[in-house]
Design a protein around this ligand. Structure first.
Ligand SMILES: Nc1nc2c(ncn2[C@@H]2O[C@H](COP(=O)(O)OP(=O)(O)OP(=O)(O)O)[C@@H](O)[C@H]2O)c(=O)[nH]1
Ligand SMILES: [Mg+2]
Length: 293
């Protein structure tokens, strides 16, 4: 007997979806920052056991799209509704609603099991927790409810055990030693973007895309070259910073994380290029792995 299935994590931006996926997988697959719209792709994280395979999907936070990139992000969310065996709907303490009514109706009318996770309870008191628990259980009565802290690991194991119980009987979908669906370069791009989200303000991180053009692995070193693309010339100057200091910081920090991730010495070369209005350009988006309708 073997169990396997797709367990897709959905919810508003910044509620902790990526933190939960990484906690389940035990690896820093998805980048995590305090900013909304950190995740732009659907990223698989696969947890294998002798008699089970949980194929998790981390997805972008649900928003009303304002430009093509965001529409494509929402297409990833849609696809996660289509193939799920179990839906994990995550909300956070203090949150009132999922603004997109169509998505919300899909959750409340779901024919498959829904786990409703109220996250970030480490920052709440008992009264607030009880009030929020009652609110969300009444909003999503078809779901099984768990208060959790993805960050501190509270109830994470319990949710995972419940997922295993609910998984359908099925052979594995992926080889048992596979951890994700994404290639190595994807994680390089993401790690660099994480540093940009952390260190630049306002619109800058949202105007950035990273593309790793070279990834060459030797016995004891991986050499990579990545381009940071921005939408306009002024943004290029901001990314580089005074005497290149800002860009250097991104490079140093990304390299340190990537050395841990790949467990190897890394040589990372970074440069910045203007790719005018890339996030509204279908062709460019396709090239970066979006728009996969
Ligand atoms: N206090 C607390 N913070 C948390 C918890 N889980 C996640 N966070 C924080 O919430 C922020 C957002 O976490 P993410 O995991 O990136 O959230 P997300 O839902 O993937 O966000 P998007 O990809 O932007 O939709 C980060 O600063 C996390 O450290 C938690 O259980 N408790
Ligand atoms: Mg995320």
């Amino acid at each position: 007997m073997h169990k396997a299935g797709f367990v897709n994590i959905i919810g508003n931006p910044n509620v902790g979806k990526s933190t939960l996926m990484n906690a389940f997988v035990g690896e820093k697959l998805s980048i995590i920052t305090s900013k909304a719209q950190t995740t732009r792709h659907r990223i698989l994280g696969i947890v294998n056991g002798d008699d089970f395979q949980v194929v998790l999907s981390d997805t972008p936070g649900i928003i009303k799209p304002a430009y093509e990139l965001q529409s494509s992000m929402m297409d990833f969310v849609k696809s996660a509704f289509e193939d799920a065996d179990i839906l994990v709907y995550m909300v956070e303490i203090g949150e009132k609603e999922l603004k997109d009514e169509a998505f919300f109706n899909k959750i409340t009318n779901s024919k498959i099991p829904v786990l409703l996770l109220l996250n970030k309870i480490d920052g709440s008191n008992q009264d607030q927790l009880e009030e929020q628990a009652a609110l969300w259980q009444s909003k999503v009565p078809n779901a099984e409810f768990f208060p959790i802290s993805a960050l501190e690991g509270f109830n994470v194991k319990e949710v995972f055990n419940r997922i295993i119980e609910l998984l359908p009987d099925s052979p594995p979908f992926y080889p048992k030693d596979q951890l994700t669906d994404k290639p190595e370069r994807f994680f390089v791009n993401e790690k660099i973007r994480e540093k940009i989200l952390m260190h630049y303000k306002k619109e800058i991180p949202y105007a950035v895309e990273v593309d790793t053009e070279e990834f060459h692995e030797d016995d004891n070193i991986i050499r990579m070259r990545s381009v940071i693309m921005v939408e306009r010339e002024t943004q290029k100057g901001i990314i580089i910073g005074h005497k290149g200091a800002a860009l250097k910081r991104v490079g140093v920090e990304a390299r340190k994380d990537l050395e841990k991730f790949f467990d190897k010495q890394i040589h990372l070369e970074l440069y910045v290029k203007v790719n005018k209005n890339w996030r509204s350009n279908q062709k460019q988006l396709k090239r970066f792995g979006y728009n996969q309708k």
